[in-house]
Every structure is written in C-alpha cells, then in structure tokens.
Design a protein around this ligand. Sequence first.
Ligand SMILES: [Zn+2]
Length: 320
Amino acid sequence: MTGMDALPWQLAAIDRGSERRLQTGFLESLVNSPNTKYLAVRDGKTLVRDRQIVFLRDGLPAPAAGPVVYLGRSEDGTELLAVELVHDDPADDDLADERLPGAEPGPGESARWLGFRSIGMELPQAQAQYFIEALAILNWHRVHRHCPRCGTATTVEASGWVRRCPVDNSEHYPRTDPAIIVAVLGADDRLLLGNGATWEPNRFSTLAGFVEPGESLEQAVVREIREEVGVRIHRVSYAGSQAWPFPASLMVGYTAWTEDAEATPDGAEVARARWFSRAELQAAVLSGEVIISHRMSIARALIEDWYGGLIEEPTSRADV
Ligand SMILES: [Zn+2]
C-alpha cells in the first residue's frame, strides 16, 4: 500500500465505548480490576520497552497529575485507562521499570519514556492509536481545568470525556482543532512543496494551516495556499485525515489544483516554495538535498499518493 492507502490507521483498533463510559460508576469499577491496564503519560511521553508500550497494572498509578480517562476496550477485551503522571524528578527520564509500581515486567532492555514522534512509527499500530488517543484527551484536560464562562474549577464526568462547572452546570467537551494540509499540483502535474520559515533549509513538505471560525475546510485550503505561496486554487479534493494531538489538531488532507506556475512564499510562514516533478523529488530525496516528512505522517502520504509509490530515502537518514 502506498499514499493515502498507507495512512496509519483508517480503522480503529479500540472500542471507545461511548455509551458505556457515560454510566455512573463505570470508571470506578475498572480502576482496580485485573482486566484493566493503564497507559501512563508524562510530559507527552509514555513508557516503552522493545518497541512496545509498557502498561501499568495493579490499580491507579501515582502520583497522578490529572484525571483518569477511559480510552476503551482493546481487541483482546482489556480495558484501557490513561493517566497523566506527575514528573517531579527530571533525572529519572531513563528510569528502569522497577521505579514504577505495576509496570509489566519484560525481558531485554529497560523501559524508557519516549514521545510519539520518537517511537510512534515503531509501535504496533493498535498501541500507536492508544497513545494518540491518550495524548489528545490528556492534553485537553491539562489546559481545560476551569469553566470558560465563570472561571470555576470544573469536575470530571463520563469517565473523563466531559467536564462540568459546579456553579452554572455547563458541560464542556474535549476539543479538536481542524487544520488543512494540502498537496498542490500544477497544470504540468508537478507538486508544490514549501520549506517552513522555522525549519532546516532543506526540509520540504506539503502546505498546511488552521481552519478559521466560520470557514469551510475547502475555503481554508484556498485561503492558506494563496496566503502562504500566492497560488490560486481552482479545485480541491478530500484525501484523508490524521489525528495529530500536538497539542490538539486533526489534520485534514487535500489535493488541490492550480493553473499558476509561479509560487511566491510569504517569507513569514513559508521561506521557500519549490515545484518538483516525480523524478526531481526522488532524486533530491535520495541525494539528501531535500528531506521530506516521515512515512507515518499524512504529509508523506499525500506526497506518495501523488508520486504513485514509495519514495526511496538514503539509508543513512536519521529519523525525525
Ligand atoms: Zn461556570
């Protein structure tokens, strides 16, 4: 599979139990159950050993820095909970398993705290999905502790999927910020990629931007491409999406077509814009002249969807 067909995880590997989790006492019934595993997150990282997440058992891990959240039921019937742990000792970044009570023991190397960008692609697909879900919901809890109407501290309900204000009774739900990401194709079927103003100069990717309030996704595509590289889009086609909770995005992928041959980067968000034929892009990537996004990303999927196959990389390339 290549391109959008290879986009990670079109099908969910977890049953989120959106009705189950509403039941009073549901979460409490799971906390000490032998069928429950915890996915612990600390500073955006989780515990990993031998390219597998190390789940915690034997009751709620401590010290928790926020609420416990129900992630769902895995395909083998295990109930998965997520919890953010307090990180008060930066020296224990490479801590060994025995430091965390309940950590599943295992052979081989000791467990380490790793972020999604470091390890996500190497995890089993189901575990990568659990990690993404945990990051997304825990990120929301971390920065939505107070009622946006009156400022009162809110309480957590629905197994971690709702916060309620005890003063005005308003309910608050997890938020996701849509962003568009676009493969722009020219009349000659070349692909337009941009180099972000804050990136290393040889890194190129598809163009992207946040959707504004009151704007459709398609309008956002047209506006962002015009703003960032001065190119007028006349047609857009939806390609696929990817949850990207860093901290709260949903990347919505499009292919878009232009008749314009000139691209002028705005200099603020995009420093360089460059058209590539398929042969040019493959040669530039293989020689190391150009670096493109990681194979796990929707940016790479959009690029390879246009390319029509996998783009080869130099074997010495370091993962980012
Ligand atoms: Zn309130």
